[in-house]
Ligand binder design. Structure first.
Ligand SMILES: Cc1cc2nc3c(=O)[nH]c(=O)nc-3n(C[C@H](O)[C@H](O)[C@H](O)COP(=O)(O)OP(=O)(O)OC[C@H]3O[C@@H](n4cnc5c(N)ncnc54)[C@H](O)[C@@H]3O)c2cc1C
Ligand code: FES
Length: 266
């Protein structure tokens, strides 16, 4: 289990990457041994927010951490306007990373929506740079303005990009689930990982069930403590005999281990 810590993080840079979306680069005093899929609880300073907010780790280097923030409410709004020199309290890395050999070593397809691209982007870069595998990566947003394209170019094989409105030559029009169906036909037997809005992940689950493709989901439940104490984030296990804490036992789960439920694929 990687080391965890609580400390002050100092903002080094705030870079706009898409509509209402920034990447904060922060200096932290803590040794970071984070793995893709893990997250940090970040307390937005200068607000009346009592609780810290969970954010996936986009990348980390010695003494530096990147997180991507899309404005959703007052906590993320206050973080998105942070300036170099501002400080925030940070607790992490937390949760379990993607660790299934079937997903990491064989042919795989990653399907991301919205801020769900953060953990999958890091995982894809990590696997590719270590020569372990080259996932087929599919990402969707509502319009081109919602895609953090400057961030996505860091994965050299590239992301297949889908938008619902306003597609240009390099973008596909429609939903990521269409891209997934096409990719599964081209690569039967591929394992799938997904992160994004729940309706999208349920549609991905339906397609994977139909295609008999193993699926891992990275859940973005609302959280209170992030440490397995408050139980604000629980979901039922597959057998229904207990509740799993997303913050501690997840956020990454094999979909066969939890009651996730598939939506009717469209
Ligand atoms: C493990 C994990 C990783 C995450 N990674 C990222 C990330 O990399 N980048 C990013 O921008 N966001 C990420 N999120 C979501 C982020 O934590 C929420 O957007 C944030 O907590 C909202 O706080 P707020 O104070 O801005 O909004 P609030 O005022 O608390 O809420 C604003 C609105 O957003 C809804 N909301 C709050 N939290 C969530 C949630 N978890 N899922 C869906 N709706 C929610 C509320 O119900 C409300 O409608 C992640 C969440 C989890 C659990
Ligand atoms: S957020 Fe408190 S137990 Fe998961």
């Amino acid at each position: 289990m990687p080391g965890r810590g609580l400390g002050m993080a100092r903002v080094l840079a705030n870079t706009g990457v898409a509509r209402d979306t920034v990447v904060l680069t922060m200096a932290i005093d803590l040794p970071t041994q984070a793995r893709p899929g893990q997250f940090a609880m970040v307390h937005p300073m200068r607000t009346d927010c009592l609780l810290a907010r969970p954010f996936s780790i986009l990348d980390h280097r010695d003494g530096e951490l990147d997180i991507l923030i899309k404005v959703a409410g007052k906590g993320s709004a206050s973080m998105a306007v942070a300036r170099p020199g501002d400080e925030m309290r940070l607790f992490g890395p937390l949760g379990q990373s993607f660790d299934a050999p079937r997903l990491l070593d064989g042919p795989s397809i990653f399907v991301a929506g919205g801020v769900g691209v953060v953990p999958l982007h890091w995982l894809a870069r990590d696997l590719h740079s270590r020569g372990r595998s080259t996932p087929h990566c599919i990402f969707g947003g509502r319009t081109p303005a919602d895609l953090p394209t400057a961030v996505l170019t860091q994965y050299e094989p590239g992301w297949e990009l889908w938008v619902e409105d306003g597609a240009t030559e390099s973008l596909e029009t429609g939903r990521v689930t269409h891209g997934l169906q096409r990719a599964l036909e081209a690569t039967p037997g591929a394992a799938v990982a997904t992160c994004g809005p729940t309706p999208m992940m349920k549609a991905v689950a339906a397609i994977c069930e139909e295609a008999d493709a193993p699926l891992w989901v990275c859940l973005e439940e609302q959280m209170g403590c992030g440490a397995g104490v408050c139980r604000a984030c629980v979901i039922p296990s597959a057998s229904g005999d207990r509740m799993c804490t997303v913050c501690k036992e997840g956020p990454v789960f094999a979909v066969s281990d939890i009651q996730f439920g598939a939506a009717v694929a469209s």
